[in-house]
Design a protein around this ligand. Sequence first.
Ligand code: F6P
Length: 329
Amino acid sequence: SKKIALITSGGDAPGMNAAIRAVTLQAEKYQYQVLGFIGGYNGLIDNHFITLDCHKVDDIIRKGGTILKSARCPEMLDNSGPKRVVETLESNNIDSLIVIGGDGSFKGCLAISELWQGNIIGIPGTIDNDINGTDQTIGFWTAVETALDSIDKIRDTANAFERIFIVEVMGRNCGFLAVESAIGSGAEHIVCKEIIEDEVQFIDNLLVNINKAIRNHRTDSYIIVMAENSLSFSAHELSKKIERYTGVDSKAAILGYIQRGGSPVAPDRVLATQLGVAAVEAIKANKSNIMVGMLNNTATETAFSATSYSNTYNQKIIRRLNQLNFNLD
Ligand code: F6P
C-alpha cells in the first residue's frame, strides 16, 4: 500500500477541489492513504495535515477555492524549505507526493526530488494557463467564463454611453486568459505581451486604429481586453492616453481576483477529475518528476523541467489571434 501527500499550491484555481476529490477517490480504490497538507508547501514544512477520505471530499467537486488552502511559499526557494518538507515526508512514512499548482510549485517539486526518492507528480492548476505540457490548466476556463460575464456587463454600459473600455484581466505574464476572454467577448482589441514587440509603436498603432474605428462608427463601443503586466504603465493610464487622443470617454476596469473564484465550469471539473485519476495512476506505475496533463484530448506526462512557460506560448497565442482577423479597426 502507498501513502500519498497532497497539496494545492500557488494561486488557487477553480477545479482544485475537483482534483483533490479525484485523487482521494482513485487512491481509495487501491487502498492508498492520502494526507492532505494544509496551505501548500507551508503544510509540508509545518507537518500540518488532514487525512482525506470519501467523506472529506464529498460534494466538493462544485466548490471554488481549495479545501486544503493554498499559499506561495518563499521558503521553498532556498534550501531550508525543501529540507523541512523532506523531514515531514519521511517522518510520516510518505512515499508519494502530488502537487496541484503551477510552474512555481513544480520548481519546488524539483528541489524536493534532489533530496527525496519518493514519487512526485504534478497536476497543473492555475487560471493563467501558462504551463507547457497541457492544453489547459485546471481553472482556466472558469476564469475565462468569469471574465466574459463581467465584460458582457461592461459592454452594456459601454454601449449606452458609447465609451471605450480597457478591461484588465489576470494572467501574470501570460496572455492566454486575455486572448480567450477577448475572443469570447467579441472585444475589439487585445493588449498582451506576446504581441508587443515595441511598446511605443504598439501604442501608436492602437491609438490610430481605435480612432479610425470610432470615426467609422464600426461599433457602438470599443472594448480592449488587456492582460495584466503587459505594459510599462497601468490600464488607467492607457485609458487616459486613449481619451486624450480620441476625445472619446474612456474608462478602465480591473477584474482582479474575482477571476480566481467561483464554482468551476464543466471543462475544469472534467479536466480536474481526469488529471486527479492520472496522477494516482502515475504513482501506481512508479513514475516520478512528471506533470500529468491533457494534450489533444490525450493524457500526457511532461518532465517538471519542461513545464515552464516558454515562447512556444507566443506562437500559440499569435495563432489564436490570427484566426480572428475581423478588421474591426
Ligand atoms: O497565478 C494566478 C494569479 O492569479 C495570476 O494571474 C496573478 O498575477 C497572481 O496569481 C496573483 O498572485 P497573488 O495571489 O499572490 O496575489
